[in-house]
Design a protein around this ligand. Structure first.
Ligand code: SAH
Length: 229
């Protein structure tokens, strides 16, 4: 089923605007065809009431059952030098149900704050595309960038993925925890000092077997393992 995204509800009506109208027209929805519209954390079943020049007026005819992610995961992703990789990570972790995405500035990450701040808007847009595709009703929270030194182990289970350190295996993480914070390095990994700082603060260093992964593979793998354990 096609799913769209609305920011405006009036009684039994949901309104599509801007890029959503374009998306709607591309899909060539028939008169009586039902489709989904995400609005404030729910997905409604809708039909077209009428089309205007720059808006589509949708009538709510039902509500779809939606699922909650089994774990509350925050991903602290060191900003990859290749910014396109971050776009991929945002898309995939949105599909997987990550709650919050925090771009992190580390020694070997992309470091230009102004560029990063501009990119935040793009990441929010990508996350909305991914939530429609995944039929995820709740937004990915995209946070302002943080410095690696500012990270604190504030979650129930705090993990750093570090391929340079002989860490514990995923099965030795507390898999029954519900709230996770995960730190993933950029292409060049963490410096030795960064790894040490995080471990001393209380982040558990985890190693994924058997090989060295790209940042995006590492991030997506750990999230999908934790969501399904
Ligand atoms: N340039 C490094 C690889 C860094 S991989 C090298 O040549 O060895 C980028 C990030 O992905 C790492 O900082 C880590 O967070 C994560 N990662 C990749 N493979 C991993 C593994 N096997 N175990 C844990 N983390 C891994």
């Amino acid at each position: 089923m096609h799913v769209f995204y609305s920011k405006e509800r009036k009684g039994n009506i949901l309104i599509l605007e801007g890029g959503e109208v374009k998306h709607f027209r591309v899909r060539r929805i028939e008169k009586e065809e039902e489709f989904g519209v995400i609005y404030e954390g729910k997905i409604y079943l809708c039909k077209v009431e009428r089309e205007e020049k720059s808006r589509v007026i949708c009538k709510i005819v039902g509500q779809l059952e939606t699922k909650e992610p089994p774990k509350n995961i925050t991903l602290y992703q060191c900003i990859t030098v290749e910014l396109k990789t971050m776009d991929t990570i945002v898309r995939q972790i949105t599909e997987l149900g990550v709650k919050k995405f925090v771009p992190v500035i580390s020694e070997r990450s992309f470091r230009k704050k102004e560029t990063i701040k501009k990119r935040l808007e793009k990441w929010k847009k990508i996350a909305v595309e991914a939530m429609k595709q995944a039929k995820r009703p709740v937004h990915l929270q995209v946070s302002e960038p943080m410095e690696l030194e500012e990270l604190e182990p504030i979650h129930e289970e705090n993990i750093v993925l570090d391929n340079f350190y002989e860490g514990i295996k995923v099965r030795n993480v507390n898999l029954t925890a519900e709230n996770f914070g995960i730190v993933v390095g950029p292409e060049g990994g963490f410096s030795e000092k960064e790894g040490r700082i995080l471990r001393e603060k209380g982040f558990k260093s985890v190693i994924l077997e058997p090989y060295t992964l790209r940042s995006e593979t590492a991030a997506v793998s750990i999230v999908s393992i934790l969501m399904n354990c």
